[in-house]
Every structure is written in C-alpha cells, then in structure tokens.
Design a protein around this ligand. Structure first.
Ligand code: ZN
Length: 244
C-alpha cells in the first residue's frame, strides 16, 4: 500500500468530506481515525460515504460513541451534548450497527491507529511531547496516526521540544527516513481547529517516506445553512467560518 489517504474527524460534514475526496491525490488505501459523526448535519451520508471507500481501515471516536449512547454524555459540553442527541436520533439502524462494530484503535501494516492516543484511545488530546512520551511506550510500529484534536501535528519520539509539536501548515510535509518514530495527526476534515477553515487531511507516501499535510476549501456556507436548518446549535455553524 504505497500511498495512504489519512482522514480524521469528519463530523458529519458532507461538503468537507466530498471536497477532500475530490482533492486527494491517487491513493491505495484509506485510514479514517474516527468521529465520522457529531456536530454536523449529515451523519448518515458521511457514514455511507466512508464505509464505501475501498481498502478502508476505520476507527470509532468519542462522538461516534456518544451518538450511539455508548459513552457518558456528561463528558461533553452542552453544545456537543445537544449534537450527540440529535445525531443519535438521526442515525439509521444500519449505520448505528456499522459504527457500533468499530474499535478506537487498530494496527494495519506498519501503522498504529488511535482516535485520541495509544494511552487513552477515546478521550486523550495528544498535544504535548510529555503526553506523547507515555503513548510511544504503548505501540511498537514506526508510525502512529491519531485524530481527536482537529489540529495537524507531528510528535517525535525522544523529542523534547524541538518544535515538532507545533501545528503544521498546509502544504508542509515531513520526511520520515532517519527520523525517530512519529505520531502524526492529519487535522480535522469536518471541523478544523487551527484557525484555518479549510478541510484538513494527510497523504502518506511510503515510497518517498513522506507525509504531506493537505488543505482544501469547501462550500462551508452550505454546511452552515444545513446546521441551522437541522436545529443544531448555531455555534456549530459559526465556528466553521473561523476554523476553531
Ligand atoms: Zn472530533
């Protein structure tokens, strides 16, 4: 599998997902790191689109679990909670069963996948080298992909603040040969949180040993219109404009 498309945190944003799939360079397989639903207005359409992707490895995230009633909603703020309840009502039985069969971690080839982190696959926001140090002990593969923070980021094993933890800019890439093991977050497709409203995703090319952070604009006004029409909290529409 020389080229992998790496997606995370789609959050029922169909316009962002379609833009990413249209923009993505040719690839051989897809890794999807969880949170297919929650926040956005198209949970069923997004689950259907993802599950139809060829050569897919897909995880469940905390918002997927919440929509299925499989996690404590007290962990969520009121806006996220309202969205989880709305999503739970909207999901079809078939899509509930599909999501409910997924796990928050997976190993595929040389890659360890976790929604949050290897240490706490459902809930941990992996944002610092000190947190990463604990998680590096818990997998043996050369590369781990995580989502959950919605911020593109690279963490390197044994790194103590060399700057690799800083959010990665669109179009930036990281060459892996000769580097220590890495934990890579591609950023969020459906609700970016690094101040750039464009949908984020990653492309891993094993032949050149290079991970590229990609961004693509999408018609977010359409998503915002649908969020309001669905009766979801207005903040969920507003934040898409600023990517936070
Ligand atoms: Zn998420």
């Amino acid at each position: 599998m020389p080229r992998l498309l790496v997606l995370s945190d789609i959050h029922a944003n169909l316009e962002a997902l379609e833009a990413v799939l249209a923009d993505a360079p040719k690839h051989d397989a897809v890794l999807c790191l969880g949170d297919l639903v929650g926040y956005g207005p198209n949970p069923n359409e997004c689950v259907a689109r993802v599950r139809a992707l060829p050569h897919l490895t897909v995880l469940i995230g905390n918002h997927d679990l919440a929509a299925l009633g499989l996690t404590d909603l007290d962990e969520f703020n009121p806006v996220a909670r309202a969205a989880a309840v709305w999503t739970g009502d909207a999901l079809t039985t078939e899509n509930r069963q599909y999501l409910g069969a997924l796990q928050p971690t997976a190993v595929t080839g040389d890659y360890f996948l976790a929604h949050g982190s290897p240490r706490d696959p459902v809930w941990e926001y992996l944002e610092t080298n000190s947190a990463a140090r604990q998680s590096f002990k818990l997998f043996s593969e050369p590369v781990c992909f995580v989502g959950h923070t919605h911020v593109p980021r690279v963490l390197a094993e044994g790194d103590h603040g060399s700057g690799l933890v800083r959010p990665m800019l669109a179009g930036r890439h990281i060459d892996v040969l000769g580097r220590p093991r890495l934990i890579i977050n591609p950023g969020g497709v459906g609700q970016p949180r690094d101040g750039d409203p464009r949908a984020a995703y990653g492309l891993w090319d094993t032949e050149s040993a290079r991970f590229t952070f990609c961004r693509v604009p999408y018609p977010l006004e359409e998503t915002q219109r649908k969020i309001i029409a669905a009766g979801l909290p207005a903040q969920l529409a507003q934040r898409l404009s600023v990517g936070l």
